[in-house]
Design a protein around this ligand. Sequence first.
Ligand code: NVA
Length: 309
Amino acid sequence: MRHFINLKDIPSNDLRRIIIDAKKRKKRRKKLNTLEMDNGSPLKGKMLIQMFEKASSRTKISFYLAIKQLGGGTLTLRSNELHLGQGGETIADTAKILSTYGDGFMLRTDDDKKIQEFKRYLSIPLINGLSPSSHPTQVLSDIFTVEEIKKRPISKLNICWIGDSNNVLDSLIAASVKFSFRLNIGCPKKFSPSKKIKEWVNKNKKKIYIYHDIKKAASGADVIFSDKVISLNDKVNKKRKKQQFQKFKIKQNIFNYTKKNCIFLHCLPRGDEVDEDVFLGKNSHVWQQASNRVHVQKSILLYCFGKLR
Ligand code: NVA
């Protein structure tokens, strides 16, 4: 049994094995939007319990399809339907119950401490489906998408992030260390990556490149990533934060500074950080990026359940 909580804590080899498996699975899978099972139904009889304390579209649906296509089932809960630390039931109690009824638990939460507490008390694998500090399933799937489109290992590419220093960026930074790729970050100074993640990068003897100028950050990029400036439940002055990011809005002319075939990726939902003509334009691969979540989620599930070939 293995958890999938933060890319920082997962060995590079394991992350690579998950991507290789997803590639094989995608090749064999004819139709994605059906519950028809993959050959061998490797997770037959397994039950994934999913719980969302925040909104979710892609993570929820892609995990649903993934476990079903592997032969298992899923139950989706909202936290307000559970006792969860209230009414005489501690997280330890809930974790014990979940471990009795289910085979795996996927949690999307606003509180990293909750992830740690569940990890402590669960005896089934825990998957982080987004927390304030990381969004590991999204970013691993994004690495898969980049390599699929570019047909090269990500270590040979220049990756650029334009936007807020949030959970998705923290996972992308972790991925840059695990997969050894160059990562340029373009953001206002006030919204630079945290000291904690920068120290972790240093400790691993790697580097990230932070620019407070969008053109410098995008220079020579093979891939530009972005995400909403205001994340779900971001408790800030939204108007002011958007203003502070004005110079970091992604417009079509940014591609004058990148490599010629630079692609644009975005995990959705989107806001003002990107122009509509970029998001829907020729450089954008956001729909392919979203659909790949299903393939990679399957290999993550197999990894957690100890069934990755
Ligand atoms: N940074 C965003 C990602 C949404 C998938 C958020 O946390 O809301």
